[in-house]
Design a protein around this ligand. Structure first.
Ligand SMILES: [Zn+2]
Length: 366
């Protein structure tokens, strides 16, 4: 089966989180493609999320690790699970995010099976990235000890830009407690919404002071107030309120250090109860690392042009490897429309992605 055929097979399985049996099915299908794999192979399952791990060496460490997820976000219409080709483009849910890159990596490892000289590399395929990766990459890296000298996550960026950094994230719920009173006598109460507004203004000021408006990449901390709720009626002093904040920040600041700074600011404006909703470690891969340098050179020689190095604001699975100190890169072939009704991937660019990966692993010392 060529890359396009593999991709079509993958897209036809609607692997959304609300269909756990499909998540198992897709891993069974891929596992079956590797029925003749005589080297290290492991199946994992946690909370109904299935994963597959292939390594050309024994154990859970490799020189290079390729990482993919086989789950997708729900489709806008069911035809998205029937792949459709128009010219160079293949349309379908997951074509770019990321069954296209999955098909490339699967083809790569199928081809490695036939080689006599095989470099040290591994493939990890999970089924819960779109719902947070807790039972996939996060668990496999933190609890199962899967690791590598260099990690490739073809699940971000665009058109072969090479992503070496991603901002960290801190999602925080700030809860305020006040004292109810009649709205006509607010001096008898303590308004929890007022407390939140004061806290938000202090945080806003602190964040805005760090902005560099002339930086087109916006590579500085940002804050979004995504949700605020509280109070009971116009004529009651609000005794309860909370807000959800989304902070993004560049490395090397850790989420723990960033949270410490946030707490310091909050402390100056009152007493709040905090709930950590999510944290993501920033990614900042050393561009002088030899395996990074070699990957960049391989890309440039296959593409026949200079490659743009770039940083991204969103977080991917790369963060779990960065947290363990592993150098990691992120890239995408050509395509567009992820999570939308017209997701597509450029088919020839999948062949290019394959050529990059193949040249890279073939040049690794065995
Ligand atoms: Zn993805």
């Amino acid at each position: 089966m060529n890359i396009e055929t593999l991709l079509r097979e993958l897209i036809r399985i609607p692997t959304t989180a609300d269909h756990p049996e499909r998540l198992k099915e897709v891993v069974d299908v891929v596992d079956h493609w590797f029925a003749d794999w005589t080297r290290h192979k492991e199946r994992f399952e946690r909370n109904g999320k299935h994963s597959l791990y292939l390594n050309t060496r024994e154990g859970r460490h490799s020189q290079v690790l390729f990482v993919g997820h086989l789950d997708v976000v729900p489709a806008e219409h069911s035809e998205q699970f029937e792949p459709r080709v128009e010219g160079r483009r293949l349309y379908g849910r997951g074509a770019l995010d990321m069954k296209g890159p999955d098909a490339v990596m699967i083809r790569l490892f199928l081809d490695l099976m036939a080689q006599s000289r095989v470099p040290s590399c591994a493939l990890m395929l999970t089924t819960d990235e779109e719902v947070g990766s807790r039972d996939g990459v996060e668990w496999l890296v933190k609890e199962q000890g899967i690791g590598a000298d260099f990690v490739i996550v073809p699940d971000g960026g665009s058109s072969f830009r090479l992503i070496y950094a991603e901002k960290g994230a801190l999602h925080l719920r700030v809860k305020a407690r006040g004292k109810a009173a009649h709205g006509s006598q607010p001096w008898l109460g303590d308004n929890a919404i007022d407390q939140l507004i004061r806290a938000y203004q202090a945080l806003r000021q602190w964040i805005d002071a760090q902005a560099q408006p002339e930086d087109p990449e916006h590579w500085y901390p940002t804050l979004n107030l995504g949700r605020i709720q509280g109070g009971r009626a116009p004529n009651i002093v609000a005794d309860e309120a909370w807000m959800d904040l989304d902070f993004r920040f560049p490395g090397p600041t850790s989420p723990r250090e960033f949270l410490r700074q946030v707490k310091e600011i909050l402390h100056t404006s009152g007493n709040f109860e905090l709930e950590d909703l999510t944290t993501a470690v920033p990614v900042e891969t050393d561009r002088d690392h030899p395996l990074f340098q070699r990957f960049l050179e391989t890309m440039e020689s296959v593409l026949g042009r200079p490659v743009q190095l770039a940083r991204e604001h969103g977080a991917t699975d790369a963060r779990h490897f960065a947290e363990k100190g592993m150098p990691v890169v992120i890239l995408y072939p050509v395509g567009d429309g992820i999570h939308g009704p017209n997701e597509w991937v450029d088919l020839p660019s999948l062949d290019t992605l394959y050529a990059i990966f193949k040249a890279y692993v073939d040049a690794l010392p065995s």
